[in-house]
Design a protein around this ligand. Structure first.
Ligand code: AMP
Ligand code: ZN
Length: 116
């Protein structure tokens, strides 16, 4: 996707603070963190949101790549032992602002009961 900001980050056209990378995933620090640790886990393949992903022929591989990356990102961010929260926002009322599937890994302090 030419004008997708996360595709541009994946292609290296926009800088990011990389936390973890493998062939399917790029994880980088959120530019506007809500906690001491706030990393975005982004599948390199452009899929707009989790509803679209559910219809995607590669949905299993894409989700598997996210699940595989989570412990590596948590370790790299220093929260593997202390714990963290994984959040996906979908659509307008879900608070999604970047239409490229991503998961927020948030931690580094004791979080509130439900959100942040
Ligand atoms: P969401 O609201 O779930 O779509 O999350 C999008 C997230 O992307 C927000 O938390 C933004 O702070 C973050 N974000 C937007 N642009 C950038 C960027 N260039 N680098 C890092 N994070 C970004
Ligand atoms: Zn994209």
């Amino acid at each position: 996707m030419d004008d997708c900001i996360f595709c541009k980050i994946v292609r290296g056209e926009i800088p990011s603070a990389k936390v973890y990378e493998d062939q399917d995933i790029l994880a980088f620090n959120d530019i506007n963190p809500v906690a001491p640790v706030h990393v975005l886990i982004v599948p390199k393949k452009h899929v707009s949101d989790i509803m679209t992903l559910s219809e995607h022929e590669q949905r299993a591989q894409i989700m598997e790549s996210v699940i595989r990356a989570v412990p590596a990102v948590a370790k790299a961010a220093g929260v593997a032992e202390t714990g963290f929260r994984l959040i996906n926002n979908c659509g307008e009322e879900g608070g999604q602002t970047v239409m490229h599937l991503h998961f927020h890994l948030i931690g580094g302090r004791k979080l509130g009961e439900k959100l942040i």
